[in-house]
Design a protein around this ligand. Sequence first.
Ligand code: J2J
Length: 545
Amino acid sequence: MSKDWPGWPTEDAERYQQAGWWAGETFSAALHRWAARRPDHVAVVDHRRRLTYADLVSESEAVAAGLAAHGVGPGDRVILQLPNVAEFLTLWFALQHLGAVPVHAMPAHRTAELEHLADLADARAYVTTDVHQGFDHRELADHLVAARAQAGRALLVVVVGEVGDRAATGYDQLRTADGADRASGVRTETSSRDLALLLLSGGTTGLPKLIPRTHDDYLYNARLSAERCGMTPDTVFLAALPVAFNFSWCCPGALGTLSAGGTVVLARDPSPDTVFDLIVAERVTSLTLNPPLAGLFVEEIGFGGRDTSSVEVVNVGSARLPDDVAVTVGPAFGATLQQVYGMAEGLICYTHLDDPEGLVTTTQGVPMSPGDEVRVVDGEGRDVAAGEPGELLTRGPYTLRGYWRADEHNAVAFTPDGYYRTGDLVRRLETGHLIVVGRVKDQINRGGEKIAPAEVEGHLVTHPQVDVAAVFGVPDPLYGERVAAAVRPVPGQGEPDPATLVAHLRERGLAAYKVPERFAVVDDMPLTAVAKIDKAALRERVTRQ
Ligand code: J2J
């Protein structure tokens, strides 16, 4: 077992293997097997390219050789920050061929997140794009290279797109490695129990954590998700949200689709025009949405002129889908709504495709694996009665037993017997269906995007006028919640102006979605009985403003 992260105890691992949940295969081997079934079938489509399964194998192998020639090898962590382009897949599988480990960054992340990620993962390389949505990622790369150099580490930069005059390697350079190099670049002795990727946690305490996922557990996640979502070789899956997100990547997402032999269509942005045009052009059968997009698309379909006749299943998750929106999704698309409640840490719940309408529109589904163990407990850790609200604890064949290099946090984030404390408040019905009713963790969920208040507070207090900061969610009809902040000024330094604080946070390289949209300046922070900042009182104050 690696000292970087606690894996599953041996007896559980053996049980998972004997049950057939862990199939003993690596992602590199899986891709070759998937491709052998129908090599000429289209595997990936983006706004510029169509790759067959055979293309995906050969291009990922060529890229693996190119990466190997630049010194990337087994176990190396490589930050992948790409929008929805085919190269996300070719690079991801290239890293798998090498036994290297992709670290999923979100396209919206900026220097604050990436510096932390590079440091925590001790990254060997950073793979990014040139300019995306008006932002030059090559400048971000320069910044990261300098930060790593200060720590005495070299960082290889790979750019998908124009390299410009920078000391970076272009994607096309990587993939033109010759045949001899290609053979030496692939086929490492990776075990299916090894680390396959690192996902970013939504986080609650300070800075984001990394979630270790192995070949065995993540392939099971992909395969079983595909089964629960009825995927077949005829599936055409559309990724509207970034594929770096666990939901779009593996639940069932791109990997679930490939495991079923289907086609993955990548939308370069989630605007209605892009998405509805792709649905028609590619005859999309399945798509994954967060609640704000689901609501927006239902409205858009209502305006008329949108053809969704090919769509069979619409997966909605990542934040609570309001019941009144849920009832509109199936009828609008002429498809089956399937709710998804999941987490990058592991556990995924789906409503069943043949569940009665009443369960599909009001619950967030049932844990997908017979190996998932769930408990719903009160504040003292005692199981509550069926139907009563409590915190969800879970462990199982694809749920982590500890974060990457986070011993101290692991001691509190898990029970002594290995259950992950989700921080979510749920009610479990007799049928096993879960309803998410709230949370106990200090996290904001802005329409599916997770924000750790402590992280934003840490940035706010670096402003010379801010003495104390409290960040919290306020209710919002579109996003469910938006980010708000209350600040107490440093005495004698004047009142900080919200625009200045926003500029300060952006300058520090914080991702835009984490920047508070509402501010309150307070002379005194309200406190709870145990002398913690009373965020409920602040929320009420800001909501009334
Ligand atoms: C309420 N809250 C939900 C839902 C997630 C599939 C789907 C989602 C994620 C994800 C994911 C929710 N209703 N339907 O990785 O593969 C909140 C919970 C949960 C947290 C996890 C996937 N679906 N949530 O959202 O790691 O609070 O994963 O603990 O980003 O999102 O966030 P994340």
